[in-house]
Design a protein around this ligand. Sequence first.
Ligand code: 13P
Length: 248
Amino acid sequence: MRRTLVAGNWKMHGTLAENEALLTAILAGIGDAKAQVAVCAPYPYLAQIQGKLTGTALAWGAQNLSQYGKGAYTGEVSASMLNDFGCKYVIVGHSERRALYGESDELVAEKYAAAQAAGLTPILCVGETLAEREGNVTEQVVGRQIDAVLNKCGVSSLAKAVIAYEPVWAIGTGVTASPEQAQAVHAFIRGKIRALDSAVADSLIIQYGGSVKAANAAVLFSQPDIDGGLIGGAALNAEEFLAICKVG
Ligand code: 13P
């Protein structure tokens, strides 16, 4: 059976004091979580998180990385730097980076490759906008986003990756995809991978993200192809986040 992964994406939130309180509360309650659990924090807090979470059941990661290994790239952070701070995961291709920072499918694939080359597990985000859903091109869009990674790294690379389906219209809006809508896209993704490699498809964790809360996590995560969630706003509240982890 596939395991589930619940990962918090803190986005650009947190302070040293807030993180300390949030992680203390999560650690206190995480004992009976069904899912694997991780938090993805802003870069400056990774040292704090490494200090706090080393030796615990919680994994951690970053929200972005450079496609380059090192060099004259002012402001960028490489995969090996994330390794220095014990990261297991790194989010690549979040819709906010695609939309606000112009990250193309090809750039996202380069970041995915850079993460894997350093031994990090990329969480590859894919998802359609509302206009794309209404234009009935959801599968083309999600398929194209995944193809960029398949073309660059091959299907076998997905044995060491996670995919997060995050419909853009459901992120931070309070509008969650219905379990049926989410399951349909998850099944499309897994079917696409299964056509290339059934073993990889069967073990691939495909998370759902977009307004997941304690109140809707159970019905979403009980869908056959939904293996946990990538959690934004609700990951900043220990009680909410723990409740979601206990579902997964
Ligand atoms: P929300 O859970 O706040 O909708 O954010 C989802 C998300 O973008 C996680 O990466």
